[in-house]
Design a protein around this ligand. Structure first.
Ligand SMILES: [Zn+2]
Length: 170
């Protein structure tokens, strides 16, 4: 039986552990930042942002949209683990642009149950970043909402483009 991808990952882990030494860190991110990003496979956050092991929290989901569960992680990140800054990263050519909220109806037709979650699909990525920034800034659970910045990562150039918090600011 050929190796499954998971078997390949486990083998890779054994090689990784051979050279691994205990970095002696605690769980608090060294640079005090939480990054919320899309799960997209083309987005290597550590390489793209010059991050090292232990520097940050990375919180990812489909779209990098700020859902209740993202707020849950950010709340723990700030209140229990000392982060103060939030960076939101969406990207060009996102899979969520191909979906609509009709996806929920399709699911309901197929399985007889409508999901409790929104698809959070979007067509205007800049607007979606702005909405995510607003959700973070207005969350009552977070301690620090003064340093919240949002970006769109271009999957063809590797560059980030910053999105102003409100439309018209640039
Ligand atoms: Zn995406």
């Amino acid at each position: 039986m050929p190796n499954s991808v998971t078997d390949e990952l486990v083998s890779a882990n054994h090689r990784y552990a051979e050279d691994f030494t205990d970095p002696g860190m605690n769980a608090r991110p060294v640079r005090g930042v939480a990054i919320v990003a899309c799960m997209d496979a083309r987005l290597d956050l550590h390489a793209a942002l010059g991050l090292e092991l232990g520097d940050c929290h990375t919180i990812r989901n489909a779209g990098g949209v700020v859902t209740d569960d993202i707020i849950r992680s950010l709340t723990i990140s700030q209140r229990a683990l000392g982060t103060r800054s939030v960076v939101l990263i969406h990207h060009t050519n996102c899979g969520l642009e191909q979906l609509t909220e009709g996806f929920r109806d399709e699911l309901e037709n197929e399985v007889g149950q409508k999901p409790s979650w929104a698809v959070e699909s979007f067509t205007d990525v800049d607007r979606d970043v702005r909405q995510s920034m607003a959700r973070v800034r207005t969350s009552p659970f977070l301690l620090h909402t003064d340093d919240v910045r949002g970006f769109v990562f271009d999957v063809t150039s590797g560059l980030l483009r910053e999105i102003a918090a409100s439309e018209g600011q640039g």
